[in-house]
Design a protein around this ligand. Structure first.
Ligand SMILES: [Fe+2]
Ligand SMILES: [Fe+2]
Length: 273
């Protein structure tokens, strides 16, 4: 299978980059499954139902979230009726929505998508390792799921690397999100799991994490209340990882970084072009 994962969409710049480029890439690369983190897609904070529909219509099979999941209050309601939208699985029992789901893709495959949040320098949630174990027990790779994609939304590189190795051989892809800057460590781990510490963001990189630069700089210089953070409005860049899996095992064969748009050095999966 051919999988594409894209990091956090930040604001309109990120949405436009996805809407403008994803339909063409889906066709050109003959993608079987596309998953995108959408936690910052609504003005930098959370997601709305209309925006979620827009991302799915552009060619995503599933949308994942993170610490900004509930920034838009409507998400508490509409997440219940949108099985392709996932929030971290390690929220406490009784939290609206789902953290893992077996997604039917347009290509006719079944892909288990899991979203978990790290606990280092983040909200104290339940154990993310146990949460992924539970999801994989319900839908093991190669038996129930044709592919397994795990979005580890976390701050600490150590926690994400540990998760990658912990799941090595049980997932097709373990990819980090949340730091909004792509790492250069995309690879296939010894057991056959594709891994990348952070997918980067879909947004305007002439920014601080996708936000206009002035207010973040001011906040570092002066510890006084300021104005709201607003997404940077320049042209957005897509950032993420492309993975090809073995049809029999569902494990990764090859991976490539994806960076398309201004400000970052371009990267594409040459093996699909
Ligand atoms: Fe984010
Ligand atoms: Fe985040």
């Amino acid at each position: 299978m051919r999988l594409l994962f894209l990091g956090d969409i930040v604001g309109r710049a990120g949405r436009n980059a996805v809407i403008d480029r994803l339909p063409g890439l889906r066709e050109q690369w003959n993608l079987d499954c596309v998953v995108i983190n959408g936690e910052n897609s609504a003005g930098g904070f959370g997601i709305t139902e209309a925006i979620c529909d827009e991302i799915l219509s552009a060619g995503a099979d599933a949308v994942t979230l993170g610490n900004h999941t509930w920034d838009q209050r409507e998400t508490l309601v509409f997440i219940e009726r949108q099985p392709r939208l996932l929030r971290p699985a390690n929220y406490p029992p009784g939290t609206p929505g789902r953290g893992a789901n077996l997604i039917d893709t347009r290509s006719g495959h079944r892909v288990l998508v899991v979203n978990v949040m790290g606990r280092i320098y983040m909200d104290a949630l339940d154990d993310p390792f146990a949460a992924v174990d539970q999801a994989l027990e319900d839908c093991p790779l190669g038996q129930v799921a044709d592919a397994v994609i795990v979005d580890v939304h976390a701050e600490a590189t150590s926690e994400k690397e540990a998760m990658g190795h912990y799941l090595d051989g049980r997932a097709s892809l373990v990819v980090g999100t949340h730091t909004h800057v792509p790492t250069a460590d995309h690879r296939v781990l010894p057991g056959g799991t594709a891994y990348m510490t952070d997918a980067g963001m879909c947004g305007d990189y002439d920014s601080v994490l996708g936000m206009q630069k002035e207010e973040p700089i001011r906040r570092f210089l002066q510890k006084t209340p300021g104005t709201r953070l607003e997404p940077a409005a320049g042209e957005g860049t897509l950032s993420g990882i492309a993975v090809e899996t073995d049809d029999r095992t569902g494990l990764a064969i090859r991976v490539a970084a994806v960076r398309i748009g201004p400000n970052l050095e371009e990267a594409r999966p040459r093996f699909w072009e």
